[in-house]
Design a protein around this ligand. Structure first.
Ligand SMILES: [Zn+2]
Length: 458
């Protein structure tokens, strides 16, 4: 097996990746909080997971990928009250939209998706262990983790070296008796409405951090290979996950921490609280395809900030369209030539196995395309093979793509049919709306669904 080097936030360096089990990789990702649409900054992090997973698979590993869905916290409870629907209805709706976003971006769905509300028992069990071991204490409003009790607190964030981050701990909104500690369990207050669990540790709901410790260890064990997330999660979220998990098990929690750079707009981080967000839905309404966004993300190394602008996205669209034209042309060509697969494969592997250098991998793809001495049929097959890592759906590109239904829309149509057969009308309607966002109208006829295009891309 080839050697893969990954940048590990724990040591702030690239290092050789050695999994715990010889050919299997265990990987956990902090998933979305499903209270609204995910913005394209969140989706960039989801693309990082996909790039990483595809590289591991290409290298020959089996990957067990677990992701959580945060379907209970302050934001979801507040949003369900604002939208005047139950927490379950709200989170189901945005979870569905999130999964469709993943599908549209050709992101491989995690092997295991776990909702926080389905794992309350596991969290309670973990909190009870932390209480028994003396790491957790009770106050009037909840159960807290005492970070002073955990010797290595803040190792991931290098807290003792970063004064700025230290200042942030002090200003964070934790229990007043010890400003540094964080909540494992929040006791019920009237603001929670009908959202609570009656448990052995009291009536209430879990804190966000305990969710990820409980769910990752439940499915991947006490010590697993890779944990991913956005850079903004290093502190406090991932720092607290390590503290909770290692305090419970006395074992190293995660071997490799991989963090993706921000997606910024006009130099500031994209976030709902700053009000500068763009969703995939908006990109599609502006007639971009999700693949154009995927291409844009492939062009920037995952650890670098990606400064999003419509001009950048236009450039990515042009490049992607040029790629489509070249592939269509290549599919018609029949000129004999050398098989240069070995030569290029080595370079391509060097790029992707060097901390997922996709910008370089894309350049190599273009070199292959432009190489006139490469046998055309062998070249096409080779590019299709490498595309299993890029995920650009090169196999599906054909001349009549403009009038035919794109694969992402076809996938939606298929899943809508499945939902209708199961009489899940409300869910089917959500997908119908989603199909519309792609510019297609769906009409149910006795002969099955008929599709009509609403507008053209150009
Ligand atoms: Zn998490």
């Amino acid at each position: 097996m080839d050697k893969i080097y990954l940048y590990n936030t724990l040591i702030r360096k690239k290092e050789l990746f050695i999994p715990i089990k010889k050919s299997k990789v265990s990987m956990y990702t902090c998933g979305p909080t499903v209270y609204w649409y995910q913005h394209i900054g969140n989706l960039r992090t989801m693309l990082l997971n996909d790039f990483l997973k595809r590289v591991l698979l290409h290298c020959g590993y089996k990957v067990k990928h677990v992701m959580n869905i945060t379907d209970v916290d302050d934001k979801t409870i507040k949003a369900s009250m604002n939208e005047n629907i139950s927490l379950k209805d709200l989170t189901t709706k945005y979870e569905e939209i999130f999964l469709i976003d993943l599908n549209s971006l050709n992101i491989i769905t995690p092997n295991i998706l776990v909702r926080a509300t389905d794992s309350i028992k596991d969290m309670v069990k973990l909190i009870k262990t932390l209480q028994k071991k003396g790491y957790a204490y009770k106050t009037s409003d909840g159960i807290y983790f005492s970070i002073l009790k955990f010797k290595n607190y803040g190792k991931l964030a290098i807290l003792n070296k970063l004064k700025k981050t230290k200042a942030r701990i002090i200003s964070d909104n934790y229990d007043k008796s010890n400003v540094k500690d964080f909540a494992l369990w929040k006791f019920y207050t009237e603001n929670d409405g009908v959202v609570f669990w009656e448990t052995e540790i009291g009536k209430g709901r879990p804190g966000w951090h305990i969710e990820c410790s409980a769910m990752s260890m439940k499915y991947l064990g006490d010590n697993f290979d890779i944990h991913t997330g956005g850079t903004d999660l290093i502190f406090p979220h991932h720092t607290n996950e390590i503290a909770q998990s290692e305090a419970t098990t006395n074992k190293k929690f995660v071997n490799y921490w991989i963090h993706g750079g921000f997606l910024t707009m006009k130099e500031s981080k994209m976030s709902k609280s700053l009000g500068n967000i763009i969703t995939l839905k908006e990109l599609i309404q502006q007639t971009y395809s999700p693949m154009h966004f995927r291409y844009l993300c492939l062009q920037t190394h995952y650890r670098k900030a990606l400064n999003f602008s419509w001009e950048n996205l236009d450039a990515a669209r042009s490049a992607h369209k040029k790629l489509e034209r070249k592939i269509i042309q290549l599919k018609k060509e029949k000129h004999k030539g050398a098989d240069k697969k070995k030569e290029y494969e080595k370079k391509f592997h060097e790029a992707i196995y060097d901390d997922l250098n996709f910008p370089r991998a894309l350049q190599i793809i273009w070199k292959i395309i432009e190489d006139e001495s490469f046998d055309s049929e062998k070249k096409l097959r080779f590019i299709e093979h490498l595309d299993s890592v890029l995920g650009l759906n090169i196999k599906e590109i054909s001349e009549d793509n403009n009038i035919a239904i794109p694969p992402e829309v076809q996938k939606l149509i298929d899943s809508r049919e499945r939902l209708r057969k199961a009489k899940l009308w409300a869910e089917a309607d959500i997908i119908r709306e989603r199909i519309k966002e792609f510019g297609y109208q769906i009409e149910d006829t006795p002969d099955g669904p008929q599709i009509e295009k609403l507008y053209r891309e150009d």
